[in-house]
Design a protein around this ligand. Structure first.
Ligand code: ZN
Length: 296
């Protein structure tokens, strides 16, 4: 009798499961940098913000949390956060919203976009900043302090641009960016309808008028919700391939080293270029050039 009873129970359960409407999957990838966080106005571009670094880590973590809250509020079923600043060991995992998972530290071949794959539906950039050479973007740079300009397929882009193309390859649109006005304006050159959460107004590259962190977090959460609610309006920004990467270094000596890599050609004193049939492969080499190249 027992086996029959169990069988009946199982059948009943199966019927209930089939009758349930299918839950909609919404996977969100969040790349978190530091220079675009409200209140962050100083610090070198590769990691520490000097005496303020520990405060900045907390501010960065809380802005990530605001985006996580917004994502789950808009129906996300999974959120992965990638620490994308300097050492990539900045976010305080014990203070992170416990619904998210964290990718951190190095060496990550895909750097700021490590962990993204075709199963993700949307990408969000938090704490992003303007590109190298910007007149007023807070702590403006591209990749590291060694890059004077980066051009992909002839277009000058910053980290938002180079990373947006990675998302495009995986078929995911970047729906929201937070940072200063320049970071948002530069992202809109590639994705005009991207939602922007401006948390500070850059006055110079080392000065800004910031929102209070609590207000900045509300703005980020609200912008995340708005962006994900209109997800069907977004299209991934795909790079043309083969893609041409052109890196203008701040020092001639770095171009001397870079041109020793097969496929990398010298363009002028400070500039090298290379082509990649696979954008992701080109992106990985780019990361080597801006992060790991030394001239001494
Ligand atoms: Zn950055």
């Amino acid at each position: 009798m027992k086996p029959i009873f169990a069988l009946l129970c199982l059948c009943g359960l199966a019927a209930v499961v089939v009758a349930q409407p299918q839950a909609q999957k919404l996977k969100v990838f969040i790349s978190v940098d530091m220079e675009g966080v409200s209140g962050v106005v100083t610090g070198d571009q590769t990691g520490a913000g000097g005496a303020d670094y520990n405060r900045f880590r907390r501010l960065m973590t809380e802005e990530a949390n605001a985006a996580i809250r917004g994502a789950f509020g808009a129906g996300a079923t999974e959120v992965v956060v990638n620490d994308s600043h300097g050492s990539m060991r900045n976010l305080l995992i014990e203070e992170l919203d416990n619904r998210a998972q964290l990718i951190s530290s190095n060496i990550k071949p895909m750097g700021m976009m490590q962990g993204l794959d075709p199963s993700f539906d949307a990408v969000i950039f938090i704490g992003y900043h303007a590109k190298a050479g910007s007149a007023v973007g807070v702590l403006a740079h591209t990749g590291s302090g060694t890059v004077a300009d980066l051009r992909i397929n002839g277009r000058s882009v910053g980290e938002a641009g180079m990373n947006m193309y990675v998302a495009g390859v995986f078929g995911a649109p970047v729906v929201m960016i937070s940072g200063d006005q320049e970071a948002i304006a530069q992202a809109r050159e590639l994705a005009p309808n991207i939602e922007g959460a401006q948390v500070k107004e850059a006055i110079a590259t080392t000065a800004a008028r910031s929102l209070h962190p609590e207000v900045a977090r509300e703005r980020i959460r609200d912008a995340t919700v708005r962006a994900l609610k209109r997800l069907p309006e977004f299209k991934p920004v795909k790079p043309a391939t083969p893609a041409t990467f052109e890196v203008k270094f701040s020092q001639t000596a770095l171009a001397d080293v870079a041109e020793q890599i097969p496929t990398v050609k010298r363009v002028d004193a400070q500039t090298v270029s290379y082509q990649a049939g696979d954008y992701l492969q080109g992106y990985r080499l780019l990361r080597v050039l801006y992060r790991y190249l030394r001239a001494d």
